[in-house]
Design a protein around this ligand. Structure first.
Ligand SMILES: Nc1ncnc2c1ncn2[C@@H]1O[C@H](COP(=O)(O)OP(=O)(O)OP(=O)(O)O)[C@@H](O)[C@H]1O
Length: 370
């Protein structure tokens, strides 16, 4: 559970007019958006409306992090009522599959059929995006042969400690718990490992880390669809996988192989992210589709999986990744940060709508199948 937006101060509660109460309730009952396709109230529990120091506060518990989406609702209500409206939310994320990784609720695998498409960069920014949306997140670098997460988090050269001599304490940066083989061995040593050795090392990393309480653990998978990737996909109790691609035909063909690999091991695919979709001119705003256009959408349609978002080829993303920073930590409401946050929220929403038994849509899918 995670409480935000507001510190409750029960001593200064005012009366809220019946008319305002009704206006808010009507608005919430009919509100629909990408994040809340069935409405906000359909997934909220314990909802109440109070007025504190002349501001309206809507309290509720929701099943996935969505601060950004609630911010939009609050803005619209503030406009409607001509009075400040904010949310006081608890997020109650639950594990959608049983597993033995202590502290971790849901594992999300970030994969790509092809190397160099920006999988690790996207994994890091999605992790920060989920934190910005209001939940607790960790990242595990499973890219045993080319661990880049330590550099992208600005943690190169740092080593995890151990309190009991058995479990490793993950490193932490900007509220993100992180573990990587790159913290433990030199890059050159890991690259010569053969398949079984690599998957053993990964399994130790996953199971012998003392993870704090995490709503989501992002696992940055090694690129490709070979034996190592297949073994890892089977080894990790993944809730769902996200496939990163660029718009080139060759990357798209490999992304389709990635989706097929997850289907083979019966892991749900949450959707596709198209990275480096376009370049936007800083001066005139013109968008050039350097690597082709519409490919991510096409394969999403063909594979019957959502296109979770399209990210630009942008020098700020590259510079931040190289210097251990993130556009989200620099400005969590900047244009690029919001793109990542929207995608992160969609990933969390997909887990709920597709796989969480509390969701009416999950129940529907299960009922239809049986
Ligand atoms: N949207 C983007 N805009 C600009 N540069 C990007 C973007 N996404 C990734 N990059 C840059 O592209 C390079 C490759 O990215 P990254 O290491 O994340 O790819 P990867 O798919 O994880 O690679 P590998 O397959 O080797 O693990 C990095 O220099 C990164 O900063």
């Amino acid at each position: 559970m995670f409480s935000k937006f507001f510190t409750k101060n029960k001593s200064c509660r005012d009366e809220i007019s019946v008319e305002s109460q009704k206006q808010i309730s009507d608005f919430l009952a009919t509100y629909r958006s990408d994040t809340f396709p069935q409405g906000l109230l359909a997934i909220a529990s314990e909802h109440s409306i109070t007025c504190i120091k002349n501001s309206v506060v809507i309290s509720m518990t929701l099943p996935f992090p969505c601060d950004g989406a609630l911010h939009e609702v609050a803005e619209q209500l503030t406009e409607l009522l001509q009075q400040t409206v904010s949310f006081d939310v608890d997020y109650d994320v639950v594990p959608v599959r049983t597993h033995a990784i202590k502290g971790v609720k849901n594992i999300i695998a970030i994969a790509s059929g092809k190397g160099g498409v920006g999988k690790s960069t996207t994994a890091v920014n999605l992790a920060y995006g989920l934190i910005a949306e209001g939940c607790h997140v960790g990242i595990l670098d499973a890219d045993i042969y080319g661990p880049s997460i330590p550099t992208m988090l600005g943690l190169q050269g740092q080593k995890p400690s151990s309190i009991d001599g058995k479990l490793l304490t993950p490193l932490e940066v900007n509220n993100l718990a992180a573990m990587s083989i790159g913290f433990l061995v030199e890059d050159t040593k890991a690259t010569v490992w053969r398949g079984p050795m690599a998957s053993r090392a990964f399994s130790q990393l996953l199971n012998e880390t003392d993870w704090p309480d995490l709503d989501y653990l992002i696992v940055d998978m090694p690129p490709g669809t070979g034996d190592v990737q297949l073994t890892l996909a089977q080894q990790v109790p993944v809730a769902g996988a996200v496939v990163i691609t660029t718009p080139q035909d060759i990357a798209l063909a490999d992304a389709v192989k990635g989706i097929a690999m997850f289907e083979q091991v019966k892991l749900p695919v949450l959707g596709i992210i198209e990275n480096m979709s376009f370049h936007q001119c800083q001066q005139c705003g013109h968008q050039s589709h350097l690597f082709g256009e519409g490919g991510g959408e096409r394969i999403a349609n063909n594979e019957n999986t959502p296109l979770l978002g399209q990210l630009p080829l942008d020098i700020r993303i590259r510079e931040d990744a190289d210097s251990g920073n993130s556009v989200i930590n620099e400005n969590s409401t900047g244009e690029l940060a919001l793109l990542y946050r929207n995608i992160a929220r969609k990933v969390a929403a997909q887990i709920y709508y597709q796989l969480d038994m509390r969701s009416p849509t999950t129940a529907e899918i299960v009922t239809n199948k049986s």
